[in-house]
Design a protein around this ligand. Structure first.
Ligand SMILES: Nc1nc2c(ncn2[C@@H]2O[C@H](COP(=O)(O)OP(=O)(O)OP(=O)(O)O)[C@@H](O)[C@H]2O)c(=O)[nH]1
Ligand SMILES: [Mg+2]
Length: 369
């Protein structure tokens, strides 16, 4: 048996080292938070029976490298095409066929003039064809049915403030740079302003990214909020024991890299068994449709409770808010429309969303060109 100790700033980084060096069959013997030169880090002791096969082993790695070097550009394309013959290709074919069937039926001229105009607005805002088809079916045959009523059967809000979210623990997840840390801080400060007695704790599980951690610590100290670091599941267990001391605990999660999904991450840190945890997915509206699909896969979780939309001030079309609500069924909880600390994030309301979609008017009042 080969045994090795790994140390890294976060549990995810330590587990990635274990996997890279010992392979996926490695057995974890211990996983704890330790102190290294005065700062906290994660120490994992892992073992394997024999050296794993695959790219991590020397011979296999050099063979694979050699094979890659002799691959022609045509081989690369062939490989890619072969790889896509699977459910992804089948699914996109099925989707294409459904839309081709729907299109001739979707005769906008059969709608009332006001409904037709509203549908054209939604198309301009890049609302997805699937969503347009669903709205069309809802409106068809009822010329008095308003488009807002049809949209409100698809899009829901649950404003991010304590009275609308009785659970104590909230985590902010999402792609790197989406605005997780800044949304968390601004929502915490907003909550503190509206209820100065609120006992709020800011926690970071983003130890690997020094800046986010320091910014969070800084604002916690400045605003008289508690601050905690989560390096391993033990730290989260400790925080859970302290839950009764706080009205709100906001946890900053790292952008998940590689194949790490939200479910893998929450399992690793013991968050997945926490019933009082709600996870909010922080997204920008200008990602591509393919990226949104990927995020849906990566961040799917029973604990996912809302979407927070950020960088609305850098967005030119707002259809993504409707598309995501349709695809995920999640309510929208907050809208962020500026990089500054003040007056740049707000708990979401449906009125704000419709003003953005139909008038390109941001919650702060600015009109997007
Ligand atoms: N214009 C604009 N900038 C924003 C908004 N929200 C956040 N930002 C900026 O986006 C950048 C990234 O924000 P962060 O909060 O650090 O993003 P993050 O998701 O925590 O990033 P990582 O931790 O690196 O994954 C910062 O420069 C923020 O000021 C917004 O609504 N509008
Ligand atoms: Mg961050």
């Amino acid at each position: 048996m080969r045994m090795k100790t790994f140390r890294a700033a976060t549990a995810t980084a330590a587990f990635a080292m274990v996997k890279a060096e010992l392979g996926a069959d490695a057995v974890i013997l211990s996983n704890k938070t330790v102190s290294d030169n005065g700062s906290k880090c994660c120490e994992v002791v892992a073992a394997v029976d024999a050296m794993p096969a695959g790219p991590a082993s020397g011979v296999a790695a050099s063979t694979a490298k050699g094979a890659r070097q002799t691959m022609t550009r045509e081989d690369t394309v062939e490989d890619a095409l072969r790889g896509s013959i699977g459910w992804q290709r089948e699914w996109s074919q099925i989707k294409g066929q459904i839309m081709a069937l729907m299109k001739p039926q979707m005769d906008l001229a059969s709608l009332a003039p006001k409904q037709r105009l509203a549908m054209e607005y939604l198309e301009r805002e890049e609302v997805d064809a699937k969503v347009l088809a669903s709205i069309f079916c809802d409106l068809r045959g009822d010329c008095d049915r308003s488009i807002i009523a049809a949209l409100e059967s698809l899009v829901d809000v649950r404003p991010f403030r304590a009275r609308d979210w009785p659970g104590t623990i909230h985590a902010f997840a999402g792609p790197g740079g989406a605005g997780k840390t800044s949304s968390l801080i601004r929502l915490a400060l907003r909550e503190k302003r509206s209820n100065p007695k609120a006992r709020i704790c800011l926690a970071t599980a983003d130890g690997g990214r020094g800046k986010g951690r320091l910014v969070l610590k800084h604002y916690a100290e400045l605003s008289g909020l508690a601050f905690r670091e989560i390096v391993t599941r033990d730290d989260f267990l400790l925080l859970r024991k302290e839950t009764h001391q706080f009205d709100m605990i906001l946890i900053d999660l790292p952008g998940l890299t590689g194949n790490t999904t939200l479910e893998v991450f929450t399992g690793l840190y013991g968050l997945s068994t926490c019933a009082e945890l709600s996870i909010h997915l922080v997204l920008n509206p200008y990602y591509s449709a393919a990226q949104f699909e990927r995020f849906m896969e990566k961040y799917k979780s029973e604990q996912l409770a809302s979407v927070i939309w950020t960088k609305l001030d850098e967005t030119c079309t707002f259809g993504a808010l409707v598309n995501m609500a349709f695809a995920s069924g999640l309510p929208i909880s907050a809208l962020s429309y500026g990089a500054g600390l003040k007056n740049s994030i707000t708990p979401a309301t449906l009125d704000m969303i419709w003003r953005m979609v139909f008038m390109r008017k941001l919650p702060g009042g600015d009109i997007q060109p």
